[in-house]
Structure formats: structure tokens, C-alpha cells
Design a protein around this ligand. Sequence first.
Ligand code: DON
Length: 618
Amino acid sequence: MPETDAATGPGARHLLQDYLERLCSELRGLSAGEVATYIPELGRADPEGFGIALAMVDGTLAAAGDAAEEVTIQSVSKPFMYGAALEALGREAVMARVGVEPTGERFNAILLDEENNRPFNPMVNAGAIAVSALLSDGSPAEDELRMQGLFSDLAGRPLEIDLTVFGSEKETGHRNRAIAWLMLNSGMIEGDPDAVLDLYFKQCSVLADCRDLAVMAATLANGGANPLTGRQVYSAPVAQDILSVMATCGMYDYAGQWIFDVGLPAKSGVSGMLCAVVPGQFGLAVWSPRLDAVGNSVRGIEACRRIAADFGLHAFAPHLDPGAVIRREYSSAEVASCRERPQADCALLEREGAALRVIELQGPLYFASAEKAVRRAGALAERGGTLVLDFHHAGSIDRAAAALLGQLPAALAGRGCQLCVTGLGPRHESSGLARQLEEAPAGHVTRPAGIAEAIEAHEEALIARAQPPREARLARLSGAALFAGAAPADLAALERMAVRLSFAPGERIIARGDTARAVFVLAAGQVDISAVAPDGTARRVSAVGPGQSFGEMALLEDAPRASHADAAGAAECYAFPAAALRELLAARPALAAAVYANLSRSLAARLRQANRQIIALD
Ligand code: DON
């Protein structure tokens, strides 16, 4: 469903709307061209009618002028019916009946590809009639309902057929009748030509306004999914096939000039409707019934040309900068996990931590940007160790990028480098990359919950390799970092003051905003310290293990708690009432000196680590 935000929510004015309205008023002065009258009913159109609409692939709509005027879509129906045939019958069966070659001729030329015994393409009348034949299954009423259902699905609302225009064309459509019987004669179509023509005339008589047509075009831009309803009307490959044929044949004998000037897949119609598609971005629709000599809307062409020029939308203009794909890169020596560690461990990690490197990707991933990422990953893999490739800030991952990135696990394993992938989310699901990673040989790639978890696991492995395993439980207060260097008598006084507390997994020990009443030393388990963002979400900023303290700010200031402290698993703590502890320190200067020195060292280590992170993450 359409995403609306504060800028474009209900009632908010979208600046795109202003642009379209300015463009509409600028081009109203264009009065060249004539309204089509060869289908008499079409001649009743207001020659001054002029509407523009644009539909983004997230469903956002902007429209101007007579965008709500309903008119018959005429040949604009052709690419959509072509897509229905591809969906129903598959490429091979459709290609056997209609080609994809432009003719350079008028839309109603009686010109057939005798060599392949088929019309040249589905955008000219002959090809469109052949497509209608493919979609006629012998029951005209059902054919009509299916066709009407297709256009309603594409517009995201029920569309009707203008039976007056249908009757007017049926009565005068002799040229199309000749084409249909000629194709029947040579076996290019089968079935009752009159029934086929009725379906064709009815699809041309579907009533839609510019907003409907913009949504239909945006459905093609959106890989076949209607951006308003989310309905997958076409598969992505079929949507691509439709756009390809629109780009080469959609504007008939103006197709070459159109691609040269505008550079977008498009389709015109003699009612003055014209739609264009910017794949992956939006659909555009214009209606103005004054037509040029080749049957295209004069204002429609100019409006598309201006929009393409004003926003640099030409399909062959370079739109992307692969150079920006690497958001940042750092090692775990520069950016440690948030786990509080003894000084000796911190020193070890500063020495050895560079063995894990992180590459954070950003922006859309397509062949060129993925190639740059893969190339950098390969260069880092030469050092062995562990490489974390993070997709948290990556945008879409197209098939080419997924194909390249999917080769990384094997490539890095071959160089003795362990790949970790983090940050892949639901928006990346359609790329198939997660599935490729799951199918990688065991051990080639791991999927930690995030960068922090990957770094923490790496640190734990490094420490485990370098140090004898640590006691999982603090045996005596003398092992507590906060009380390092305290005299036995002072430790005894602390023992007497300490209150032993146990907490269940997930239990909150300190809540942000609480009055700071105690200082804690963790005896067993782990405690996670979380900061609270303005929107109320908590984010883990530190993790405390046995022997470490938390809540010690209570010694320095009488302020409400700044963070939450939660038992990450079952936890056991020594709690020291803050007021009593402050009194004890006041009465025991040697203990106070040791405690404040330890606290200062701990805060200095955190500050040094924070400074390293600021530099690394800048
Ligand atoms: O078949 C015809 O002539 C009309 N129903 C449609 C032709 C048309 O829209 C040509 N496109 N510019």
C-alpha cells in the first residue's frame, strides 16, 4: 500500500504535484496536432483536454490537469495484453505467434513477417490482434471478463468498457478486419476473427484516467506488482519482457526518435493516452488527444521529454555511482565489542583484534557496486582471519549482485578467511542471496545477529586461545576490578556491607531514571547495559561479566540512572548501598583511593575505546 510520510501524508502538498502543475500549464500552449476521428466516437474528445499523473513504486501518486478524465486507452492496452499472454502461455508459445522486431511502419500497417509467419511485434495492430487471438479461448464473455479483470488489477480499481467507443470501432474497423482475416488465411491466428476482433476492440475501449494509467505503468516499473494493492499482476521477467518491447516498438515509427530523445519504455494510443516507465522508480501517464502525424499525443510526447530531461531519466544515462558502495571499513581492534573486559584482555585485543575486519555496505547493490564490494572483500581475505560483510545499510540487491556476492563464501574459504554476513533483512529476501548463503558448504559462512555479536564472538575466541579459562564465578571480592588493591580489612568491611542478590534471565536490575541507590559487583552471569533512545528503544551499549561492576556512577553523582541494566542470563551480584559505601570510603581513605583509581582507570579505558571507535567509524 502507498507509503505516506509527514511530507506527503493525507493533505500534505507534494512538491512533485507543483512540478506537474507547472508543466501542465506550460504545455497547454502546445496546440499542434489533431484529434483522431477515424474511429468516429474518438472525435468527440475535447482537444484541449490535458492531464498528467505519476505513480511511484511505493504507491505515492501526483497528478495535474485533467488527470481524472476517463478516456479509452486504445493501443496503450497492447503491452498489458501482451504480458497476459506471456504469463498464460510462456515466451515460446507467444513468440511463435508474434515477434519482437520493430517495423518502422505505422501502427495499422498491413505488414507481416512472412518468413516467420507471424506479425512483427505485439505493439502494432496486427501483433495486438494476434495476441488477442492467443487470449481468446472460445468464450467471448469469459475472454472479456478476464481482460477487464486484468486492467482492473493493473489500475488497482474496477475499470469499465466504453461500449459506445467499442461500437464505433466495431462499425468502422475494416482495416483491422482485413488484417485479422489475412492472418487467419496464413494461419497466424486461429479461431473466429470476429470474436478476436471484438476482444481487441474491447481492450482498446477500456476506460481509464491518467492516474489509473500511471499505476498500470508503475506496476511494470515495480517488477509486475501493483504498487497500490501489492498484487503481483505479472512476474518480474514478464514485466521486463513487456518493457523491452515497449522500448523498441511502443511508439511505432517514432520509436527511434523517442528512445533518442526520451529514452524510456513507452506506449501511445490514438485517444491521446501515453504511458512511460522508469524501471524501479515510477510510472508516468499523460493524456492529450491532439495527435501528430504518426498517431502520438503531441503534448504527451513533450511532457515525457521534459520530465525525462528535467530529472535526467534517460535509460542510457549513468544513474548510479558504484564508488559509494562501501560505507566504512574497520577492524575489531579499532571497534571492540561493548563488553567490559579486564585490562589484560583489552590489551590483548588491541594487539590481536585486527584479524577481524568489517566492511559495511550501503546503497543499491547491482553488478558494478557488488563487484567493488567483492573485490575489496577478496583483497582483505588475503590476510586470512575473519571478514564481516554487513548489509544493514544496503538497499536493493539485484540478481547480478546476488550472483556475485553468492560466490564469496567459497572464494574466501579458499583463502582461509571466515566470512560472516550480517544485516540481511526482509527487503533483501527477493534477491535470493540469503538462500545462496544457506546453501554454501558448512563452515564457509556464518550469520551472526549483527556486527557487535560477530566482534564479541571473535574476541571471546581470541581470549580463550590466549588466556587460561577464567572462573565463571567471582570467588572473593578481592577479585573485583573495582576493589583491586584494597587492603584485607577494607575487603572484610565490604564483605560485611555487601547484599547478595540473584536475578532471573532477563530480569531488570536497574531501570533508567531510577534513583541510584546501590553499586553492583557481578559475581556470576552477564549483565547487559542499555541506553534508551529518544523514541524509547533500548540499545545495548555494554556487557558486564563476573568481577566487573555496574551502577558505579552512584559513587560519583546523585543523579537518576542513565541506563537500564538487565540480567542477560541468571545473574548473581554483590550490591553495596551507595550511601553506606560512600560513608565507608570517606572513613577509609586508602580504600577510597583504590576504588576511585580503579574507577578512573575503567572510565579512561572506556574513553580510549570510544575515541578509537569515533575515529574508525567516522
Ligand atoms: O486499432 C486501432 O486502430 C485503435 N483501436 C488503436 C490504435 C492506436 O491506438 C494506435 N496508437 N497510437
